[in-house]
Write a protein that binds this ligand. Structure first.
Ligand SMILES: [Ca+2]
Length: 185
């Protein structure tokens, strides 16, 4: 029995995990999805809005993450994203991270960025991002996007960032759900 438990725990520890990747849990005080952190410019928080958005109806109803860039956003290069540290990834293994999205009023689609950092957190050892995609119109039905990364030697932290650039996206909204990770064998 003890042996079985040990084996099960090993399996659980090895599985790559995204915490609250489906955005179903929210922080009571803010209403924002829990387990994620959100970027904004210091003292210019009004230029971006993150919120939990209910998508679908009835049995299909689900919480998703909405990112809205203010309509009066200056035409600057700022990346707005939700981020967290991923758990259970192993050096030398390759992982695919994907999510689904809809977009309204955006000229570029949401992107996933993966960063591999050393133990001090001051050196990027690896980097991957999903394809930069120009949008000619709104995306009203869910579309999946993804990127792969092989975790390099020396990596202590793998961080996921998911979001949109401000440039060209003023007034637009991205809705993101079902962030998933799986090992690519
Ligand atoms: Ca969801």
């Amino acid at each position: 029995m003890i042996l079985m438990l040990a084996v099960l725990m090993t399996v659980a520890n090895d599985a790559p995990q995204i915490s609250n990747g489906r955005f179903e849990q929210s922080v009571k005080t803010s209403g924002l999805p829990s387990s994620w952190l959100f970027t904004s410019l210091p003292s210019k928080h009004h230029l971006v809005t993150y919120r939990t958005k209910v998508v679908g109806e009835g049995d299909q109803a689900s919480n998703a993450l909405a990112i809205h860039v203010a309509g009066d956003h200056p035409d600057e290069s700022v990346a707005y994203n939700a981020h967290q540290e991923l758990k259970g990834l192993a050096v030398g293994k390759t992982y695919r991270v994907s999510a689904k999205m809809t977009a309204s009023g955006l000229s570029t689609a949401p992107m996933i960025v993966l960063e591999c950092l050393n133990a001090n957190g001051d050196k990027h050892l690896g980097f991957a991002r999903s394809e930069e995609r120009r949008l000619s119109g709104d995306v009203t039905a869910w579309e999946r996007f993804e990127t792969d990364i092989t975790v390099p030697e020396g990596t202590a932290v793998v961080r996921i960032r998911i979001g949109i650039p401000a440039k060209g996206n003023a007034g637009g909204t991205a809705v993101i759900d079902d962030v998933e990770i799986a090992e690519v064998k």
